[in-house]
Design a protein around this ligand. Structure first.
Ligand SMILES: C[S@@+](CC[C@H](N)C(=O)[O-])C[C@H]1O[C@@H](n2cnc3c(N)ncnc32)[C@H](O)[C@@H]1O
Length: 170
């Protein structure tokens, strides 16, 4: 079961918005149970995932803050509700940047405490598009509380939003 607002349908929308070519190499950073990896593979992408605590064989164990994977090998990196959970968003963005090929795309759905354009610029990305999903995130959060699953989605404090963004490696 995925653990981000909008579920697998939103993952599909992110991929549609990115319009990656068939066979594109994609890494899911914080892939959880691998549902997004399975979707991407079914759509013809060469997808893999890493997670600190993988929940399926589709996902390899690894820390996306220092993955140890060779750099400049992916056409796109996707991450849903995981960079914030890692506790070090700038480091996660830095690792995504290192792993992407030139002009590679970052597809991120996550909690933001600052202007995504500013954050991405600092990490060497150009912001191509963004969508505010804060209302869906609030709904998702209430459902998670109801399921007593709130720990796994953390409790952010302060002024924040939940956004879907696409950035391009400069
Ligand atoms: C809220 S879950 C989201 C999982 C998946 N992306 C999804 O949407 O279903 C956050 C995931 O990030 C993973 N994670 C957090 N920090 C990580 C890190 N430094 N390296 C790898 N995975 C990490 C957690 O283990 C967890 O599976």
């Amino acid at each position: 079961m995925n653990r981000h607002p909008g579920g697998i349908e939103h993952t599909r929308r992110m991929l549609e918005a990115a319009a990656l070519p068939n066979g594109a190499r994609i890494l899911d950073m914080g892939a959880g149970d691998g549902e997004a990896v399975a979707l991407m593979q079914s759509l013809g992408y060469e997808a893999k995932g890493i997670d600190l605590a993988p929940l399926s064989d589709l996902v390899q164990q690894g820390d996306f803050l220092c993955s140890g994977l060779p750099g400049e090998q992916f056409d796109a990196v996707i991450s849903q509700c995981a960079f914030f959970v890692s506790g070090d968003v700038p480091k996660a963005l830095g690792e995504a940047h290192r792993l992407l090929k030139k002009d590679g795309l970052l597809l991120l759905s996550d909690v933001f405490f600052e202007d995504p354009a500013f954050l991405l610029q600092g990490a060497g990305f150009e912001l191509l598009c963004q969508e505010d999903l804060t209302p869906q995130w609030r709904e998702y959060y209430l459902e998670a509380l109801w399921r007593e699953d709130a720990v796994s989605c953390c409790i952010p404090r302060g002024e924040c939003s939940y956004r879907f963004i696409i950035g391009r490696k400069c």
